[in-house]
Write a new protein. Structure first.
Length: 447
């Protein structure tokens, strides 16, 4: 790559070439898709992105957790080229191909649980979630699905229904899928019951069984779905006993436990999958994002008896498990394993958490610092006592970052969380420089 690792802002943001493209975007692209940074990428490598005007950014977003192995690693690009030269598509339903089978084999190996597993490959995280629900319903012959407040599972009908944040994801898009229920999550900083861990006795777990009495009988519930660390909801890391307690309840009532690892998977939290940090083995696990390092691909992997519940033809899709995406995924998994990126995630996470905790001591606008592995965040508030969300300040922080060479993202049901999803191949110098820019942004909004 032809540019140096130091972020370089050569023009105003957006620059002249990006402005030209923004005018075309305004004319021809739906305004529905939101954009965090008003620039257009020209080239990206590792943890860096260069835009069409020559501005270089450190990437603390990784395509929303997609680029765990970094932008365009050479071996992965070569694997994509090699497969593309062979064939781009046959449709797995028509003429099968080896990369699909090899990837299913690999996912059975690396996902939690020592039991026979099978996989369905599809295209996006939302599609994986939709199919996980189908598998659970077909297997249990029940219809009810339970998800958790602050959860995000996608934008298609079922996935949107499972999602908790109303604006912008659900407002005006109803009616939603029936027989879906929500219960409070373990958002300890903003406990739904006004309690504090560990003295709370995990009331949020007890509430799930109460729900079966007050709202919907367990005999009607096919599955419980949860992100082990809630991503879009604000990088909410639950106490270990929370997931363990939910899993025990599922086992007690014959309910399928679905771990949505679309954002948390593939080394991000210091383990290959986030549930590995909690000692929980899901019945089904949904994956996407860093599964294929930027190529569109998602998967549902789980117990063979559940995955075999649908009859032939009842699940699938024309592009599901595209051979080029499968080739990218196999190489991405190889790189994560060979380069020890899960271990690297813990090193990065420790450094980020230490730095963010130092910021917490200096800047009252930071209400909470939390994370697991290299999935870390700060929640901004107007007042630490009232915990009133500081949404406007968060927007200002994000804008300050990209104006100074750092790509950062917000999150949280109140849009007041700054989340860090840096590629796991980021250098120590890049990480420090990115955190310096972030601290400058936070200092600028601190009251």
């Amino acid at each position: 790559m032809s540019f140096d690792w130091v972020p370089t802002v050569k023009t105003e943001i957006p620059g002249p070439k990006s402005k030209e493209l923004l005018a075309l975007r305004e004319k021809y692209v739906s305004r529905g898709p939101a954009n965090t940074v008003p620039v257009f990428a020209e080239e990206a490598k590792g943890a860096l992105v260069r835009d069409v005007d020559g501005n270089v950014f450190i990437d603390f977003a990784a395509g929303i957790g997609v680029i765990n192995v970094g932008h365009s690693p050479r071996e992965l690009v070569d694997a994509v080229k090699e497969q593309a030269e062979r064939f781009l598509h046959t449709c797995f339903h028509v003429v099968m191909y080896e990369p699909y089978i090899r990837l299913a084999e690999k996912l059975a190996e690396i996902t939690p649980g020592d039991f026979p597993k099978k996989t369905l490959l599809v295209n996006s995280g939302a599609e994986a979630v939709e199919n996980a629900v189908k598998f659970a319903r077909k297997y249990t012959k029940r219809t009810g699905i339970v998800s958790f407040e602050c959860g995000f599972h996608g934008r298609t009908l079922m996935a949107m229904t499972l999602t908790s944040k109303v604006k912008p994801y659900k407002f005006g898009f109803g009616p939603f899928a029936p027989d879906v229920y929500k219960v409070p999550s373990a958002y300890c900083y903003r406990c739904a019951y006004g309690l504090a861990y560990p003295g709370c006795g995990l009331k949020c777990v007890d509430n799930l069984e109460r729900f079966f009495v007050s709202e919907c009988p367990a005999e009607n519930i096919a599955a419980v779905i949860i992100e082990p660390v809630q991503g879009e909801g604000g990088f909410i890391v639950p106490p270990p006993e929370f997931l363990q307690g939910v899993k025990k309840i599922c086992e007690k009532y014959g309910i399928v436990f679905i771990a949505d690892e679309v954002q948390t998977g593939f080394g991000r939290t210091g383990k290959f999958f986030a549930v590995d940090n909690f000692g929980v083995i899901p019945d089904l696990i949904t994956m996407s994002k860093s599964l294929a390092a930027g190529m569109p691909l998602s998967a549902v992997t789980g117990r063979a008896e559940i995955m075999d519940a649908p009859n032939p033809g009842e699940v699938g899709g024309t592009f599901g498990g595209n051979p080029v995406s499968c080739a990218a995924s196999l190489k991405a998994i190889e790189l994560i394993e060979r380069e020890g990126l899960s271990v690297r995630a813990n090193v990065l996470g420790s450094r980020m958490m230490n730095r963010l905790k130092e910021m917490h001591e200096k800047y009252p606008v930071i209400g909470d610092v939390r994370g697991l592995g290299a999935m870390v965040a700060v929640e901004l508030v107007k007042d630490r006592g009232t915990k009133e969300p500081a949404k406007e300040a968060t927007s200002q922080v994000i804008a300050h970052c990209w104006k100074n060479g750092l790509i950062a993202l917000s999150a949280g049901i109140y849009s007041n969380v700054v989340r860090i999803l840096v590629p796991l191949v980021v250098t120590d110098e890049q990480l420090t420089m990115g955190l310096d820019i972030l601290e400058s942004a936070i200092a600028g909004v601190n009251n």
